[in-house]
Design a protein around this ligand. Sequence first.
Ligand code: IMP
Ligand code: MG
Length: 172
Amino acid sequence: MLITREQIAAKVAQMGERISNDFAGESLVLIGVLKGATIFLADLARQIKLDTTFDFVAVSSYGNGRQPSGSVRLVKDIDRSMEGRNVILVEDILDTGLTLTFLMNLLQSHRPKSLKVAALLDKISRRTEPVHADYVGFAIPDEFVVGYGLDFAERYRNLPDICVLESGAESR
Ligand code: IMP
Ligand code: MG
């Protein structure tokens, strides 16, 4: 186990408070990146005391395993224009940065009023793109993690804590 549910809850509450202060008096759109960010978004949204709506995007970058394929493809676009809105892109984990770079470009083209990124986890040492998250939960080492929305081949998303995938766990 790398990060417990209690540690996650405390950090998400802090992040929600910061966002509520930073955008005081404004409305917000949280855009979740399916499917990994769903649990984080659900918890974070309930810690934000502002007029808040949700939207979702889906991208495919990883195959069914640990390695990124290098290219990002949009599988599901947002439902409404983000023109003039305060947008926070909600990601489970920032790894190479390819996904985030792609999504930031997509959302910038909507001409939002502001565009920020909230990432629960950040694997800084893996970054190949010059992107950063404005709100980061935990910086983690280069380990493959699962739980709290994060998957390995679609499994383990429902684990309440964030755990390092053991080598060998793939075949179980
Ligand atoms: P990036 O485009 O390399 O930054 O990758 C971001 C995406 O890769 C995340 O949204 C995750 O879906 C996936 N990913 C990266 N590292 C991990 C991990 O340790 N566990 C599970 N998924 C991961
Ligand atoms: Mg994934």
